[in-house]
Design a protein around this ligand. Structure first.
Ligand code: OTU
Length: 653
């Protein structure tokens, strides 16, 4: 690899050679916005050295490198020219306010367009509901054209520029993005960029034998290379889609399909793929999408003899996308979806790569602590891993549309005396209701008989015990389940980052087993926790005598409190959430910005935390208020929490 001075010199030379090709695009006949061209060029000047280094590292050994370098810059310039005045204004604003998503006002929600509201127009009509919940971030699940009846919930995209006709049109999506923004809500969409569906035009051309498009994917004439690759690959869907390759008789070749057999992995070693996907990415940004969730991010680069996950080139590709997006659409932020070992989750998080990331370890360990009633692994792991680079933010969640995988670090577990493998077996038995005394009604997802790996499906309410309580008509079970649901949400609302609500959880939606009879869904248990949103039950949300009302009102109250309390902002990524040992094995404790103390009791019994313990971390004020109840808290010897009680303690003002 050349040294820094070579990159500097050749980068400058390359930019000088390429500028004359870009200028006509930026200042063409139908585009006389010289001010915008100047903004573009100044961003380009600033970011080009980085872009040149990244692209050269990825593609510099190809004879046609310079051709693609030019093409990639032209794609960026065209997208910049096409960007609307509104979005350009947003760009300028966000360039000076990059901390916008770290505010205490941030509140996320996620739903399927069809299941939540029928179609895009339905979503638009539900804006008042989003506002009721204080939403500022709305993630709509994949809504593009996709195969029928099975598209992996839309994660097999057939056309990134066309909305699934049953949901609406691209024009409606653009209007929706605008309407949401006017209501203070940022639109979040997936960028499903590891694979396309086999119905995508590129795949269709490949199936017709077009060599240029065969190069968009990884295809092999026989099993020789697939077998060698598979020796070190992890199986992601061992039950529903075993292996990582699919035979296609049309071309008599094996196609790389990490996920389902209709999801074809894109070949990012081909710069034409990089350029084409950059075009799709910027197209979405120009529709008004503010956050792109980079789906299945770990898998986009492969190398023989490795698991082909999280290779260095993965980071280079995303960083290059990031830098180019910062030129054409700087308001856009990437969120990484890496549900993998926590060490690797962290490698995606930086301002130059993905400033926002799911926090899968926090999510999984919250459920782990509910099962064990002990917080040691949760506390230990979070105190090691919650800090992330300055400027970035976690997305904290208890549930999304996917399974729950026990992706905590075995090292963290060993450090608190837990054997990872055995513990996962226990958790799987617990959450599928097989462990004696379990409160959970979960469903297995992709059991792998070779390594006994398994993940769990189920709604938050069913996993937290509500389904069991209602089935048994046991008031105590029901009460504990409601408290668990509220307590775990109190944690994602209080911890630093963006809380993300999975719509339906706010009205304690239970598992829906009817997916089993659906031809496109029956082999994928994740559909058990993706039911159609029940608006009749949502009607009960103001009646606190109902379960729906109690859960909704409590969540709404907490969201409101969070908005009012500046201590819930991410002021400093490494120290604004400090987890500490409460010296009570059942009580989780963390401090927010040295101002709010959060305690949560994971046990079915009252638990006490001694004041002396708290004093070691916080100068415990004499007069304390629990923000949740607005009650004064007397802390003489300590504080005793009821079963599943959570408190947000703040100095009384
Ligand atoms: C993601 O999840 C999506 O969230 C899923 O809904 C999709 O099925 C999948 O990608 C394919 O597009 O395996 O069970 O370690 O990081 O990428 C969920 C893999 C998944 C995960 C994740 C994947």
């Amino acid at each position: 690899m050349p040294d820094i001075s070579w990159f500097e010199r050749e980068g400058r030379r390359s930019l000088n050679r390429l500028l004359p090709r870009l200028l006509p695009v930026l200042t063409g006949d139908d585009n006389d916005d010289s001010q915008h061209a100047a903004v573009f060029l100044s961003r380009l000047e600033q970011l080009f050295p980085r872009i040149f280094r990244l692209l050269y590292t990825l593609y510099g050994d190809r004879y046609d490198f310079f051709y693609f370098l030019e093409k990639i810059l032209l794609t960026t310039a065209r997208a910049s020219v096409e960007r609307s005045a509104d979005l350009r204004a947003l760009d300028l604003h966000r360039e000076t306010d990059s901390a916008w998503f770290r505010s205490e006002k941030m509140m996320g929600g996620v739903c399927y367009v069809d299941l939540f509201a029928g179609n895009l127009e339905g979503i638009r009509q539900r804006i008042p509901y989003f506002k009721e919940l204080g939403l500022t971030y709305l993630h709509l699940m994949p809504l593009f054209r996709a195969p029928e009846p099975n598209s992996d919930g839309g994660y097999a995209v057939s056309d990134y520029r066309r909305v699934n006709p049953s949901l609406g049109t691209m024009t409606q999506l653009t209007t929706l993005a605008n309407d949401l923004r006017r209501n203070g809500i940022s639109l979040v969409l997936d960028f499903v960029f590891n694979h396309t569906s086999d119905e995508h035009e590129w795949a269709q051309k490949a199936l017709a034998g077009d060599e240029d498009f065969l190069d968009y994917y990884y295809t092999f004439p026989d099993r020789t290379l697939p077998d060698r690759y598979e020796a070190t690959l992890r199986e992601i869907f061992p039950e529903q889609a075993p292996g990582s390759f699919t035979y296609r008789p049309e071309i008599d070749r094996w196609v790389w399909t990490t996920f389902n057999n209709f999801q074809w992995d894109l070949n990012y070693t081909n710069p034409a793929v990089f350029d084409a996907m950059l075009g799709e990415l910027l197209f979405l940004a120009n529709r008004g999408v503010e956050v792109l969730r980079l789906d299945a991010v770990a898998f986009i680069w492969k190398r023989m003899g490795t698991p082909s996950e999280s290779l260095p080139e993965v980071h280079q590709v995303i960083q290059a996308f990031n830098a180019l997006a910062r030129i054409a659409a700087p308001a856009l932020v990437f969120k990484s979806e890496a549900i993998i070992h926590p060490d690797l989750v962290a490698t995606y998080i930086s301002m130059d790569e993905c400033p926002i990331s799911y926090n899968p370890t926090f999510m999984a360990l919250i459920w782990e602590a509910l099962a064990t009633r002990e917080v040691k692994l949760l506390r230990h792991s979070m105190s090691k891993r919650f800090g992330i680079p300055e400027g970035c933010a976690w997305v904290n969640y208890v549930r999304v549309h996917d399974d729950i995988g026990w992706s905590f670090a075995d090292e963290d577990a060993a450090e608190v005396g837990i054997r990872g493998f055995d513990h996962r077996q226990f958790l799987n038995r617990f959450y599928t209701g097989q462990f004696p005394g379990s409160f959970a009604n979960g469903v297995p997802f992709n059991f792998n008989p070779v390594n006994l790996d398994m993940r769990i499906s189920g709604t938050a309410a069913s996993l937290a015990g509500l389904e069991q309580g209602l089935n048994l008509q046991n008031e105590t079970f029901i009460e504990n389940a409601i408290r668990r649901i509220l307590m775990i949400h109190s944690l994602i609302l209080a911890a630093g980052g963006i809380p993300l609500l999975y719509f339906g959880d706010e009205i304690a939606t239970l598992n829906d087993y009817s997916y089993q009879n659906d031809p496109g869904k029956g082999n994928d248990s994740r559909w058990v926790h993706r039911p159609r949103f029940n608006w009749n039950r949502a009607e009960l949300r103001t009646d606190t005598a109902t379960i729906e009302g109690r859960v909704f009102q409590s969540l709404q109250h907490m969201i409101h409190l969070r908005r009012q309390t500046s201590a819930f902002a991410e002021l400093d990524s490494t120290s604004s959430t400090v987890f500490f040992d409460t010296q009570n094995p059942h009580v989780l404790g963390f401090l927010r910005n040295r101002q709010v103390l959060v305690l949560a009791n994971f046990s079915d019994f009252p638990q006490t935390v001694r004041r002396g313990v708290l004093n070691a971390y916080w100068n415990v004020p004499d007069a304390l208020t629990d923000l949740i109840t607005n009650n004064a808290v007397k802390m003489e010897e300590g504080i005793t929490l009821a079963p599943y009680q959570y408190v947000w303690l703040s100095p009384t003002v």
